[in-house]
Each structure stands twice: as C-alpha cells, then as structure tokens.
Design a protein around this ligand. Structure first.
Ligand code: URP
Ligand code: ZN
Ligand code: ZN
Length: 472
C-alpha cells in the first residue's frame, strides 16, 4: 500500500516544515518538500491513498517507553492485556510501547522474559519491545543481563522500593550497575527509599490513618530525593548509566540536575500524572475515591509547586522523556483490595491512550514547544532505548509510524465510553484537550481514521532494541 500524506506541517525536534510524506509498504519512502519534482508530477495518481493533512501536524508516532501490561502487582494483575493496552495506545497516537518483563523473585530472568513474549506475541496492535525487571540480583541474573542484550533487551529496571517484592538492596544494585557498566546497558531505577516508607506506612496504619491520601503522605519527597541521590552515587562508583523512572518530586529532579551538570550519564523521566494531578484534588477525594490515583512515586501536593517545576525541568532537558507508567487497575475488586488499608491498594494509573494529548496540552498552555512535544514523546524515547531512527523519526527508511494531529480538534478524556483502556474508570475523567489525534499509521497500516479503528491484533511486532544512543 502506498500512501501520500499531503499539505501537513511536519514536526521534529529540530523544527517544523511544510512537506509531503510518501509511505511505501511498512516504511517512509520519501519526504517531499515543496517544489521537489524528483518523484514526478503525477505522484498522486500512482499511490493507493492520498490523505490531506492541511492545517494539521504530521509527527512520528508516539513511543511510550514505560508500560506494564498484565503486571502481577498487589495481589492482582494490571487490567490491560497486551491486546487491549496496545489498542488503546494506538487510539491515542502511540505506535510503540516498551513494556517491563518481570523476573519474579526466585525465577530465572530468561523465564520471566519468555513469559512476557508469550503474553505479547501475536496479541499486539502496535510494535513493542521489552525492558527487564530484575527482581532478584544474584550471579545467575547478572549473567542473564549480558545474555539479554543479544535478544534486544538492553535496559534493566531495579527497585529501591517495595521490600519483599521487587526490592534490591544497595549491594545488589551496585553489582547490577557494575554489570551494566560492562555491557553497555542502561539501569532504570525506581528511586524511593522503600525501607523508610515501610516504617512510615506501619506507623500511619497503627494510628488509624487508612485513607488513600496516606499513600502520598507516607512517601514524602525526601524518600524520593534520598533514593535518587543514592542511586546516582552508586552509578557514579560503577560508571553505569542511570535512568530514573517516574519522577514526581521537584527536589528529586534538582538532585538529578546537579549530577547532570557534573557530566554524569544520568537521565530522568516523568509522567502526565505528575504534571497535572495532585494530592489535594485527586488522592484526597472523599471516601475511597482517591484510590483511583494511588501510584508510586505518589501524586504530590500542588501547593508545593511540583507541577510547575517539572514542566520547567522538561524545558531544560533535566527531564528528558514523558512516558506513562501505564499500570491500570479497575476500581471494582482491584483498587477495592485496599479498602480500610491504603497500603493494599494496587499501585498504578492508566494513561497509555492519553499521553500524546496530555502533553500536547502543554504546548497549548505554553509550557513546551511543538518540537519539544515530539522530542519528549517520540524521538528521545526511541533514542534512549535503541530504536532510532526506525522509530521516533519521519525520514526515508524509518518505519511508517505516523500521527496526523489536529490542533483545531478537541478531545474530552475519560467521559463515559470515550476511552479504550480496560478500566472501569479513568484517572483523567473530565479532562479536555484542545487538539485531537486525527489519523494514526502503524508500520504503513492506517489504524485510526475519522474516529474509527482499523487496527488488528497481531500486527504489532517485537522490536529487538540496540544500546542507548545517548551513551555512544
Ligand atoms: O504505581 C506504579 N508505578 N505502578 C507500577 C509499578 C512501578 O513501580 O512502576
Ligand atoms: Zn516503578
Ligand atoms: Zn512502572
């Protein structure tokens, strides 16, 4: 199938330009600038489809580098399967996800990865890759880290939180970082001091403080900033690159900024929930409602000014990527596991469908430029995790993952039946975006057009990733 996308404004991190895009099969064949006649003046009559993108932006498909489909967590499983989650992602203009395969404690890393291939294989609507969670650092899992590089898994997540579940102690972290320094892979860190948090949680529960808001109050910003500092020092000792996931506290990013200013290979990610949602307006809603917004790191107090500072750090590139940390749980029977004990509420929010829109709203509100939107949501995640320029670029030879975005459109998020994630509620209910995902193309196939869905399960392919292109 040949598609010609005409008259759109192409947006890349480097700027905008009026040009046409020729798609041939699964890849982009040419970018045709005005006046360029090398492909002949009759090009339109030789293609199968012409899409008029007048007045619209044409951008590389979104790359969400942090999702958790079917994650076993808190006594249940994240409610999106690879099928439902990647379909929802496509609806929202995300054409690649990188999900976290899990090595459970006591399990071989390779077996954890195999089970993720089984869950995802043949089920995805868009292309997908994997990071690997190392749930038990020992000699075997360190060897497996070397092996997995050849299988296209080039980044490993460790947890300084969740003692007894995914937690690694400092010695284990140091050993994993030494391995990463040796094989060129990236350490991704959930940076929260889980040992201190567990004490605060027990004390709160003993005082009868059981409501969802205590999830945030027992994870104060110091627990994030301290862990970020410790992770950076361990990385510095070993020479390993470090990527801190889901940052929410401005003080923690300030610590990261200091390390970046010293020239260390440390990077930060945040998520839409930390840019828009808060302890006061969401987690503290009456009764058990706040459970919808329990995630870690937690939503923070809006009075402390985290939102504004995180947007600023996105502009200064101290935060380099916006991912979703998509980890949805239904309210009924899943979030409800924590009625009477906030520590039993499964942690996670579903956002995979809304990231491109939510961060575009930052453009509308003057927080970031159009170019930075594309950089944060598509190009940098592709580069950071070894997928560029196959993904994250509009260029000849790149996969034809393309979003046509309508700045004159409007998106009402989360109102009944307006989202496609497998959840019985939306953390984004009532949010209005001054823009709309108009058309989505995944490897040359039109999957969304005129608010209709044409994608298919099984179209998405596994992506063997290379090493991070920020470390070369
Ligand atoms: O609340 C969260 N973030 N749930 C998913 C697991 C994780 O820590 O990323
Ligand atoms: Zn995490
Ligand atoms: Zn996560």
């Amino acid at each position: 199938m040949k598609i010609l996308i005409k008259n759109g404004l192409l947006v890349s991190p480097l700027g905008t330009s009026h040009a046409d895009v020729l798609v041939d099969g699964e890849t982009i064949a040419a970018i045709i600038t005005p006046g360029d006649t090398t492909l002949g003046s009759q090009l339109e009559s030789t293609v199968d489809r012409v899409i008029d993108a007048s007045g619209k932006y044409v951008i590389p498909g979104g790359v969400d580098s942090h999702t958790h489909m079917e994650l076993p967590f808190g006594g249940t499983f994240a409610s999106d399967t690879f099928e439902t989650g990647t379909r929802a992602a496509a609806w929202g203009g995300t054409t690649t996800i990188i999900d976290f395969a899990v090595q459970k404690f006591g399990e071989r890393v390779q077996d954890g990865l195999s089970s993720w291939h089984e869950k995802a294989g043949g089920n995805c609507h868009i292309d997908y890759g994997f990071h690997q969670i190392i749930g038990g650092v020992d000699d075997d899992s360190l060897k497996a880290m070397d092996e997995l590089i050849g299988e296209g898994v080039t980044s490993f997540k460790l947890f300084m939180a969740y003692p007894g579940v995914f937690y690694s102690d400092d010695g284990q972290i140091l050993r994993a970082m030494q391995t990463a320094a040796g094989n060129g892979s990236m350490i991704m860190m959930h940076a929260e001091n889980g040992i201190a948090i567990d004490v605060l949680v027990s004390q709160a529960l003993a005082e009868g403080k059981t409501d969802p808001k205590y999830h945030s109050l027992t994870r104060p910003w110091e627990t994030e900033a301290e862990a970020v500092h410790r992770a950076i020092m361990l990385a510095r000792m070993t020479g390993a690159p470090l990527y801190i996931v889901h940052m929410s506290a401005k003080q923690a990013v300030n610590v990261l900024q200091g390390a970046r200013d010293q020239g260390l290979n440390v990077f930060g990610e945040t998520c839409p929930q930390y840019l828009y949602l808060s302890l006061e307006d969401h987690l503290s809603q009456p009764g058990f409602e706040g459970a919808k917004w329990v995630c870690s790191t937690p939503l923070r107090s809006k009075e402390e000014g985290h939102h504004e500072e995180l947007w600023r750090y996105l502009r200064t590139n101290d935060l380099s990527i916006v991912s979703t940390d998509h980890c949805p749980f239904c309210f009924k029977e899943q979030k409800e596991l924590g009625i009477g004990d906030f520590s039993k509420i499964p942690n996670g929010i579903g956002t995979v469908e809304h990231r491109m829109d939510l961060i575009y709203q930052g453009v509308v509100e003057g927080q970031i430029t159009l170019e930075r939107w594309v950089e944060l949501c598509s190009t940098t995640p592709a580069r950071m995790f070894g997928l560029y320029p196959q993904k994250g670029a509009l260029a000849p030879g790149s996969d034809a993952d393309i979003v046509i975005y309508d700045p004159a459109g409007r998106t009402e998020i989360g109102l009944e039946k307006t989202h496609h994630m497998n959840m019985d509620h939306s953390a984004w209910e009532g949010t209005v975006i001054d823009g709309h995902v108009d058309t989505v193309i995944s490897r040359g196939k039109i999957v969304v057009e005129n608010n209709e869905y044409f994608g298919t399960k099984g179209h998405g392919k596994y992506l063997k990733r290379g090493l991070s292109q920020y470390l070369m």
